[in-house]
Design a protein around this ligand. Sequence first.
Ligand code: ADP
Ligand code: MG
Length: 604
Amino acid sequence: MPDIIQLLPDHVANQIAAGEVVQRPASVVKELLENAIDAEATVIKLIIKEAGKMLIQVIDNGKGMSRTDARLSFERHATSKIKKAEDLFNIHTKGFRGEALASIAAIAHVDLKSKQENQELGTYIKIEGSNIIFQENISTPKGTSIAVKHLFYNIPARRNFLKSNTIETRHIINEFQRVVLAHPTISFSLYHNENEIYHLSSSNLRQRIVAVFGKKTNEKLVPIDEVTDIIEINGFVAKPEFAKKKRGEQFFFVNNRFIKNAYLNHAVTSAFESLLSSGYHPSYFLYLTVPPKSIDINIHPTKTEIKFSDEKTLYAILHSTVKHSLGQYNVGPVLDFERSASLDTPYNFKDKKSNSPKITVNSDFNPFKNEESKSLHFHSKQTKNNQWESLYTDTNIHNIEVEAETVNASLFSEETKTNKTYQIHKKYIVSSIKSGIVYINQNLAHQRILYEEFLENITVKEATSQQLLFPLEISFNKNDIELIKEIKEDLENIGFKFDKISGDSIVINGIPTGIIESQITTIIEQLLEDIKNDIPNASFSQLDIMAKSLAKSLAIKTGTVLNLKEQEEIVNKLFICKQPDLSPFGKTTFITINIEEIDKIFNN
Ligand code: ADP
Ligand code: MG
């Protein structure tokens, strides 16, 4: 019998390895960003087209590569980052396996341009499926640009397995966020289909978190700061009242590397204990620094798992630290701060700020939950109502009557005189309030009202739906149909009913009350567009984007004449909103002018 075992040719071995390293466009993003960081870049730009299916490009201003290194970087097990086995136990770089570029080049078209600081010319290599098409000199700025095109072009099964652009983009943004949160001092930008999605300047950690998740994040953060012999913990946890239904913003970094670890997650979550309603997850951004020797990051090529040599102690320290910080910030009941017996490391809390802001925890938290919480929700609306009423004087109606009469009775219709609101310029609703006068932007206010209604409908209850007399068929392209399938359940919660969703069209037989049949197509198209271009912000959830999009489409427009009943409805509904002062897109919905300010103008 002849021998039958053969060594696989390199390009086949690379393709197999690629399956491990590159699951989707986001994996390429991660590898390229990490290489740029390892190259000590201070400015890194990520350019994506078609969710990375067409192009993923990372441009950095790092140290670049020589002609030979550039060529070698595409060989398997070629790395500048470790030299010998011992180095594995002392890793300070992101990469060390030397397989990312080889794997990527095996399954895509890659253009690499790179130049080192002291060189006149740089080098340009073009590779397609592990084959070097050419390498030549080129004039290019210092640093490296790697463009990865047509990912999985030679593995159709993989390519077809990719999810919709929305989902793949989300994966990319997730990776991007993990990297930028780990490196706040590096400037990053992200462009998707020519739109700038992120532009993050060099900053401190708090600023970086706020830049990624939105301005409102700032007030949510409780700092964590702890140094012990075996670990240093920095970062922030979000106050319990900002906990989320979805496990979204939970970030652990170990030596600046994003990791997932259920055990440590439990250490943090359990520190919140009774502060959270069940089903809610705290947000956190925690940075653990440990000696490289004490961890083994070598257990998986994609490296989000990690092994600690002393997990139990880490658990105890982390748990106590978070609990302590929450206590320091008065977030919750008095915390007994006894150390568990297993925790016998030297343990000194750093000086903490003495005057910490008071935080009231809403014990009725989670209005969106089942039976018991429906009444809670009602309760909270009641309270809000009272607040709203207190904004008006107890004699608000008389108030306006008097005003109207004293100005010029003929200016107002009979009807207006007896009511507390009126509309000006088909744009603003004006009303007298206890402290003076309020101007409400009808369009922005209505957006806020609808947004909160939709969110509630999506998350809690079935919305009312109106049956269409004749089912409506609308055609869409494949991508959009996929997207509609993804969000079908949410659309149904808002009040859409689908008769059929086929390969290229949908048939609708029910729509949310308040929508006019002729608007449906535009509204759904707009919705899909918004989801596709979703610019991530604080909440970063598809539901949120849907609610925003629908609110924007359906809100009463500027230029619409409103009768008194409609005006009042807007005023009343606005002020029972959770956040009446801002539109879902962060614009001011109303302004007030105090009577003192008016008095001042008249020198009274
Ligand atoms: P690893 O990062 O594990 O070493 P890679 O395949 O990702 O393996 O990269 C191979 C080598 O190519 C790196 O060790 C590094 O020397 C070089 N390299 C890759 N990307 C860059 C870059 N953006 N700037 C400078 N050198 C780079
Ligand atoms: Mg690498």
